[in-house]
Design a protein around this ligand. Structure first.
Ligand code: ATP
Ligand code: MG
Length: 197
């Protein structure tokens, strides 16, 4: 069983894409956000930021146990998805795919989800700065960290791209981290202050 980590800013499509992958492999998905809530691995709810603060230590312990039990199921892949999936210890990780989304499109997706202005702003800033990618870079994994731009791609196209990656049918170099730079893009467009005023 190989472990695929799917990360990215909220709204980039992690849950939708991960569920789609289940149609193509003998696989299971662990959605860390849902797991943390269902197993009560939450320290508190941060009202201002409208987000749950997870108990990372307990969650990691729980995830390790889950991985061990899924190991017995003869799965091709275990997909672990969340914007905080970097909590998974390095030695379990076989693939890291980070879903990215252009800040303007991400604003639209998060507005449609009913996120309030401040929460949209916080998440879009995080996407511009590439925080999800940076968390994995800091882990010093000896596995490639890949990024897929979801902005103008349908869920089906993204799913097919990931299948290509997992089956060795696409050139990984095309997706190696570092090619997507929203900060550079919006700086060149002189629109930095729109997102960071
Ligand atoms: N490639 C895409 N094109 C258009 N809409 C998309 C795309 N990916 C995701 N969406 C839409 O964006 C919304 C968020 O998707 P999803 O819940 O999968 O994101 P997520 O990354 O799991 O977010 P979170 O971190 O909050 O769980 C959904 O309404 C989904 O339909
Ligand atoms: Mg999700």
């Amino acid at each position: 069983m190989k472990i695929l980590i799917v990360s990215g800013t909220p709204g980039t499509g992690k849950t939708t894409v991960s569920q789609n992958l289940l149609n193509n492999f003998k696989a299971k998905v662990i959605s860390l956000n849902e797991l943390a809530i269902s197993e009560k691995l939450i320290i508190k709810y941060d009202i201002d930021r409208e987000t749950s603060v997870i108990n990372e230590k307990k969650l990691v312990r729980f995830v390790k146990q889950l991985i061990e039990s899924y190991n017995k199921l003869d799965l091709e892949f275990l997909i672990i998805e969340s914007h905080f999936s970097d909590i998974v210890p390095n030695h379990y990780i076989d693939y890291v795919i980070i879903l990215r989304c252009d800040p303007d499109e991400l604003c639209i997706r998060l507005k449609e989800r009913g996120y309030k202005k401040e929460k949209i702003r916080e998440n879009v800033q995080s996407e511009i700065l590439g925080n999800s990618a940076n968390y994995f870079l800091n882990k010093q994994l000896n596995k490639p960290i890949l990024e897929i731009d979801t902005t103008n791609n349908s869920i089906d196209v993204i799913t097919k791209t990931i299948i290509g990656i997992l089956t060795g049918k696409v050139d990984l170099n095309k997706y190696i981290i570092g090619k997507i730079d929203w900060l550079e893009k919006i700086s060149q467009e002189d629109r930095l202050q729109i997102f960071f005023d």
